[in-house]
Design a binder for this molecule. Structure first.
Ligand code: HEM
Length: 287
């Protein structure tokens, strides 16, 4: 199911209904400011007639971009969402969209390709379903510039989520990932260039190296540079160190076994009592 273009249509023509809006229910998309590599320019060529882009750029000063899909009649529309240097997405509906669909819809809605070069990072901070004041982080876009995209191993318009276990699997010279501050970096192609040496990066692979990274006091340039290698983020749901995960699994299997034993014991005791009761009844009848 391709939601992106549909949503784009909806956004461009807010008064037209669109079957792809789930259940025909209101859906709100609020966009706040971006992290930009350089000051955004109104660029007709780049926006290539896409009203979405044009509007975003035109409204950049206010740091508020408000979009809404058809059927939106909720007062939320009148509620300005200001300030965060991020993209906020709010939805108001009974049905919950698959997060993935939502994200892909938004990615294509923004016409990412056309102004990818100008936007280094867009984060979705809010994905509010049902309750506009109850938000949770839905994920992160990582829209790196072209050069970075070429270098980056898995350039995705949508940031991927990895468990620590997955990230830790990339721990060789041929395939080296490091995790810093919740983000996953594929530094394989940077090993030889790293001023601190490849061995440092290799030893950082497979574990959260935030502390080591910070201890070095990396410059702003280094921090800017590392964006080029970002391939995703740690999945907050699985953000445990592998050992812990193993431990948890062991624990849970132990617990399961315990439960099984208890259940067996329970049924054995019940059977014994049952047999005793039946035997008792038979015996009392006989006598
Ligand atoms: C994508 C990840 C990384 C990038 C892009 C990066 C980049 C850089 C850069 C540009 C420098 C030169 C100094 C500066 O400008 O700050 C540097 C130095 C260094 N980095 Fe990294 N680094 C990364 C990850 C790490 C990690 C994970 C560690 C440690 C576990 C580390 C340890 C060091 C050390 C020890 C130096 C040398 C500092 C010195 O000589 O004073 N780096 N890094």
């Amino acid at each position: 199911m391709k939601l992106g273009p549909c949503l784009r249509n909806s956004v461009v023509s807010p008064n037209k209904g669109h079957p792809m809006v789930p259940g025909g229910r209101p859906f709100f998309l609020y966009l706040t400011s971006f992290h930009l590599n350089k000051a955004p320019q109104m660029n007709r060529k780049q926006s290539s007639g896409s009203m979405t882009n044009t509007t975003i750029f035109a409204n950049k000063q206010a740091n508020i971009w408000r979009r809404h899909c058809p059927y939106s009649s909720h007062p939320l529309l009148a509620w300005p969402y200001i300030g965060l240097p991020r993209i906020a997405i709010m939805s108001w509906g009974i049905e919950m969209w698959e997060e993935k669909e939502m994200l892909s819809a938004i990615t294509s809605n923004l016409g990412i390709e056309s102004f990818n070069s100008q936007i280094s990072k867009i984060s979705i901070v809010s994905h509010i379903i049902m309750d506009p004041f109850r938000s949770h982080c839905a994920g992160d876009f990582d829209l790196t510039p072209k050069r970075a995209r070429e270098r980056s191993r898995a350039m995705a318009t949508l940031s991927k989520l990895y468990s620590m276990r997955e990230a830790a699997e990339h721990n060789t010279r041929e395939d080296c990932w490091v995790v810093i501050d919740g983000k996953v970096y594929d530094v394989t192609s940077y090993l030889d260039e790293h001023p601190g040496g490849d061995d440092v990066l290799l030893s950082a692979a497979g574990r959260d190296s935030t502390e080591d990274f910070e201890e070095v006091g990396h410059s702003n340039d280094a921090r800017e540079l590392m964006k080029a290698y970002c391939v995703g983020e740690l999945d907050p749901d699985h953000a445990v160190i592998p050992e812990l995960e193993v431990f948890r699994k062991d624990q849970s299997s132990g617990f399961t076994n315990k439960l099984k034993n208890i259940t067996l014991e329970y049924w054995a005791a019940t059977a014994v009592i049952g047999i005793a009761v039946v035997a008792g009844i038979l015996y009392s009848r006989k006598s």
